[in-house]
Design a protein around this ligand. Sequence first.
Ligand code: NMX
Ligand code: MLT
Length: 432
Amino acid sequence: MDSLKQKFAEKALTLYKELRAIGKEHGDKVMGEVTLSQITGGARGIKMMVWETSQLDAQEGIRFRGYSIPEIKKLLPSGPQGEPLPEGLFWLMLTGEIPTEEEVNALTKDWQSRAEVPQQVYTTLDSLPADTHPMTQFTIGIMAMQSDSIFDRRYAEGMAKTDHWDAVYEDSMNLIARLPRVAAYIYRRAFKGGEHIAPDTSLDWSANFAHMLGSDDEDFRSLMRLYLTIHADHEGGNASAHTVNLVGSTLSDPYRSFAAGMNALAGPLHGLANQEVIKWIFEMIEELGTKTPTKEQIQQYVQETLDARKVIPGYGHAVLREPDPRFTAQRRFAEEYIKDSDLIETVWKIFDVVPPMLEALGKVKNPWPNVDAHSGALLVHYGFSEYSFYTVLFGVSRALGVLAAGIWTRALGMPLERPKSVTSDWIKDQLK
Ligand code: NMX
Ligand code: MLT
């Protein structure tokens, strides 16, 4: 057994026993109550699952195993310019411990050894029109690997329930190892005439992904390390994570449950917002006829968007009530690495303009930018302006969190997820 799996197995067994005992003794303890607005309002704030890998605070933002983004940046093993390696975050999410450099290097090598993508994936992708949305190609590519599922095979052979986590671990590690190759293949076939770039196995997971996309720029590698770290997990209630959890709870294997989650990420209110943001900015620049719009011009354009009864992409959040620390981390990156970008200056001006305008509407609970408000401008700076691909990048990162959490969920023996729905008549009856 590799050292990560060994370490995880020890921790998971201890927690499994602890949770069982807690459940037995305190199962009837009331942990909250549900209001009518929560039932009719998208289940905001209802606590209904265990998610070990991260927790979101409305003010502070995300903490991975208790560590904030600035702490992660300081503590995790990093690339040459100091940006954290996502391999380290994955290790942390599975074990609760900050890994050593040696442990992270071993994980990089482990993923390299699992990264070969079966030919049928490329054949399947090549059968699709090249202009099929990259997120559609991504989920089809993931599903084309499903026949390799170790969980699926072992379940059919009669695997014991206590071994489920082990098979999910193997599938998850294989999937994470392969995703950059699948994603880069989609990018190159969609936008670079099918001229593919062979992997460089001397590189870490993020730098090799950057390389296969077409860039060996050291700053872009650093951006990818940061990007793939900060998008990885946002507790369990977000739409993609929750979908993975729901589908996984039926004992559908990691390929199927992850593909399902990616279809949730592809919605414009969720991960697709990263493409919507840059599209909206490009349209604004075109309409105004300037790459350096003033705050007054931006204000006017925001008003037009609101008047057309559309949302301002990249702003607002279902849980957060302060600027997203993932936005701030990207802003800091831009301040450190990028000088004189009109597009990035525009993103910062939008940050000055939009919140008071959303606040003035009197209904938006969070007027601040989320993670998607900044990412596109950074990618455009490094030459990646094909914005329909952006959500695939988010998806590759999100695999780390949802699959790590999925391993935990199986190790803790969580049951089939099946919350209760009600009819409107039932609601009216309760009010009599
Ligand atoms: N622009 C305009 N109106 C907004 C915005 C926005 N950015 N955010 C919220 N509202 C509206 C919302 O549509 C709703 O209007 P109505 O009552 O007329 O239906 C009202 O404000 C109340 O919504 P909230 O309770 O503040 O937000 P909710 O929790 O329902 O939704 C989002 C959260 C993220 C879906 C919402 O803020 C939004 O649509 N933002 C723009 C899309 C976006 O950036 N999504 C990415 C989220 C992050 N991610 O990567 O997943
Ligand atoms: C996410 O990263 O999943 C988004 O911020 C959405 C969410 O947390 O609900």
